[in-house]
Design a binder for this molecule. Structure first.
Ligand SMILES: [Zn+2]
Length: 72
């Protein structure tokens, strides 16, 4: 754990979710390079200003039914 969230990580994750796709943690990590251990903290931070929905749906990228995130 790096313990610190960079603005770059926040920007990268916002960018992949901005397309409106619901993505799981693994795919967010693959697409952004942000370590999976940091993704939830980054999502929590983004969630302070933008509404993020989380739920069990098909991930748009890996087509697996798991917990995914997307902008509401
Ligand atoms: Zn996925």
């Amino acid at each position: 754990m790096r313990g610190r969230i960079s603005a770059a990580d926040t920007g990268l994750i916002s960018a992949v979710l901005a397309g409106g796709d619901a993505l799981c943690l693994e795919c967010i990590t693959k697409k952004t390079g942000v370590p999976i251990s940091d993704v939830e903290s980054v999502l929590a931070r983004i969630g302070k200003t933008l509404r993020i929905e989380r739920g069990r749906f098909l991930c748009r990228n890996c087509l697996t039914r798991r917990t995914v995130f997307r902008f509401a």
